[in-house]
Design a protein around this ligand. Sequence first.
Ligand SMILES: [Cu+2]
Length: 436
Amino acid sequence: MHDGRQTMNDHNSSLESYTQEFPNCETLIEGEVQVSWKINGSDIIFQLRSKTTVQEKYLAFGVSGSQTENLMDGGDVTVTYINSTGHAQAIDYYLGSYSQCTPQTGQGACPDTLASNQANDNVGLIDFFVEDGITSITYRRPLAAHDTIFDKDILLAQPTYMIWARGPINAAGTVAIHSARVNRNSNFRINFGRVVSSCPPLVATVDTVTTPTPIPQWRIPRIIARQNTTFTAEMGPSGGEQGYEAITGRIGWGIAWYINDYLIPELVVERGRTYTFLVHGGNDSTFSANYHPFYITDSEDGGYEQLSPEVQQVTLQGPLCQWQEPTGGVDTLTVSTFEEYLAMLNKMCEPGEPAELVWTVADDTPDVVFYQCYTHLFLGWKILVLDPDQPTPTEQPDVPEPITSPTPDTTTSDASNFSASMILLVLIVAVLRILA
Ligand SMILES: [Cu+2]
């Protein structure tokens, strides 16, 4: 845990005036998270205080997307977190839709500056410190919306519907799906113009040595396909810490590919064989949250669209089939096996025939490739590629092995880094065809 003080002295205002007691306070999560504020001219200064702050976990707080309920969609929030180098961040976000940020289109939960190149980051970090086990991040934003659409007003004359959420920051540096958030029907409003208010004191828990309990990984069987085989590719929830995160060792968004009704199973294929993927990833490109073109690549990340602005010819789509958790969600930590989890899910399918990807594995295909989503990062997993005379490895390792990709850095937008991914992608594009 970072313990120290980081200060950004904004404008010429004195730090003293910012760090004196905040007259107003409201509880976001009882005993865990509080927000204090004060009005400073045309700005409002917020201080978020949290009992538990883990690096790369965000706390987002801001104005609801609706004036009558606590709605994430359309919300204008500030995402605060401590990054991997121990520095505080306070970033102006617009929650355009309930999906991962797609920087190319600005759709999803994006920083304002990615949501539109017309929009600005109107939030300024002021101060960050840890004291008595309580982490405080202080930032300011204008009371009045600066960017139309992407910012929302905070009114002093009447209560404002507010939203908050907590969750992980993903490897791309943007928010992943929340692990906790305000209840949509909670009628949570704050009267920012009120005179004075207080919260019960926030007391850090004095932990004896906290050894994080390892989270048991769901056992997802490999699909061994040493003959020509047809697979079905659909979307579903990523199963939280026991699913995608445990399997891959990284943070996803909250949805992932399901192959033959299994959450991101490892596929074992053979060079020279032909595999057909029946793809149900959604085909409405204007709705990026539900648009998941399927492709195979040597990139562990996927999200090809985010990596390359110029090549857009992959159009492998099909009507969406998506497994969904029941209303209210599932606490996956109480579910001991994937099979138990799947039994709780319902599958919703749009009408129509799936798209069909036909892939004949070439002799020079690398030993490990990945099935991914073209629009979003971190939705797929591994395909093990064997030679015809090579025996199937018998053991599935308990801990994901580090993947060594032949591409040195697949997360930048440097065009020179795409070549290795592209070679394989182009091979596949050459053989794909779409059923009418
Ligand atoms: Cu996708």
